[in-house]
Design a protein around this ligand. Structure first.
Ligand SMILES: [Zn+2]
Length: 281
């Protein structure tokens, strides 16, 4: 696999749109050094793929956050991204992880999709987590909120340093209802033949040819997906100002410096006594 890419495609005669996502580098960077249990890595991989697919589907300019939150061992898992497919993500545990399904990991809870457009109103969609898999949760989100029949297939491999997260997406186009449902059913049956290994190992062209060669998918230029945290020393300073000078100087006296590490990328920002004084001067 060369690059992390999102491919969008339409079909000549079928009222359905499709997307294929294959992510390696961004996924490895996202989970590196976090020591997540394997099922949590896999969940974050699926959530990353889902966020990329949703970003391409919901069409907005701005930022998106897709968060799972509940009373299970995984207190929350979130991917933050934008329309340029810059992504970062994190999961927080509150107890020992057992099981692999969304229900076993997140427990009773919700999926919250928040879109903050560059211009215009913030939008939030909330769906209860009522299914075992993330794909089923997102499919029912589209059925409930937009009455659009949707299917997702995920495949993840959490091998250290060689992790991969991939996904396939189909959705009816809101044109002629009966025709688009028939078209969807046809493509869904074809897509269902995809094997996990194929989604993970084959390049996008081969996957699409293998699945849909008789239906002429028209594939648009792919969009690159990147891991980008967005944290900076400047943003850290803005947060420190709220803590107050004296509390920070106390911290320096006790620990030698103020150490702030980014929850997402684990990058460390260190401030010594002079740095603190400069911030407040
Ligand atoms: Zn960061």
């Amino acid at each position: 696999m060369q690059q992390d890419l999102l491919h969008r495609y339409l079909f000549d005669k079928l009222d359905v749109r499709g997307e294929l996502v294959q992510i390696e580098h961004a996924y490895n960077e996202m989970i590196a050094n976090h020591n997540y249990p394997e099922p949590v890595k896999a969940l974050l991989g699926e959530l990353l793929v889902a966020t990329c697919l949703l970003t391409a589907t919901l069409k907005f300019e701005g930022e998106i956050a897709v968060q799972l939150q509940g009373d299970g061992p995984v207190k929350y898992a979130v991917i933050n991204g934008d329309d340029k497919q810059n992504m970062r993500g994190i999961a927080r545990m509150q107890s020992e992880v057992s099981g692999t399904t969304v229900k076993e990991l997140v427990g009773k809870g919700y999926m919250v999709i928040t879109i903050t457009p560059t211009k215009g109103e913030r939008y939030q969609g909330i769906v209860p987590l009522e299914h075992d898999t993330l794909s089923k949760c997102i499919e029912s989100y589209f059925e409930q909120s937009e009455q659009l029949k949707t299917r997702l297939w995920f495949a993840t491999d959490t091998t250290q340093g060689k992790a991969k997260a991939c996904g396939l997406f189909l959705q009816v186009l809101p044109v002629d209802k009966q025709k688009s449902i028939n078209d969807f059913t046809h493509l869904e049956a074809l897509s269902d033949t995809i094997k996990r290994e194929e989604l993970l190992e084959l390049d996008a062209n081969t996957v699409l040819t293998r699945l849909y060669h008789e239906d002429n998918p028209r594939v648009f230029d792919p969009q690159a997906i990147t891991f980008k945290c967005g944290c900076s020393r400047e943003k850290t300073i803005t947060a420190l100002v709220n803590v107050g000078q004296q509390a920070l100087l106390d911290d320096v006296a006790e620990n030698g410096a103020v150490n702030i590490s980014c929850h997402y990328c684990l990058k460390e920002y260190v401030f010594d006594e002079q740095d603190i004084k400069n911030i407040f001067n």
